[in-house]
Design a protein around this ligand. Sequence first.
Ligand SMILES: [Ca+2]
Length: 186
Amino acid sequence: MATVTYTFAGISNPSSTHLAKPGAQGDLPPANGALTADAEATSPQYTALATSDESRASAEDMFSHALWEFHWLITVDRATVTRIDISCEGWGFADSADGWRLYIRNNTTPAWELLGQIANDGEVTLAGAITANISDYITAGGLIYVLAEQVGLQQCDVWSTVEVDMTSCQLTYTPASTFVMAQVNG
Ligand SMILES: [Ca+2]
């Protein structure tokens, strides 16, 4: 087994590999696994997302649930992947309710499936793993979709806000054979 971990380190706008999009949706999570049509993160936002350093990329909205949508482009054969680990360090708050939820998209259903949730204010790391039916979560084009969505709404002063300090996607996979053992004295 081998692992490979993807982050937003070194990514800038426009990105041809991993994508991040700040936005908002009325549904928690978006129905039928819908993807957002929001614009891509800026280069400073990518830099904020790259490492755990208390520098956060913020999404906020007055009327809907603020969210970050992440697209991870994998670099190994989908058929060799045995486990997907998603981690996201962030903070979510709003007038009506604090907290946020981490989802991964099942492209077959299709639906956003819950990986983790927190109902409190304050920065936490939410994480979750997929260990079965891996091909449901990686498109034929090699994309994994992740969503971090705030649970509350604005009522008075505080907009729905979700701030992400760092997020990553780790794959566990079986490396393809690169050589054939020679049979000596066979
Ligand atoms: Ca950061």
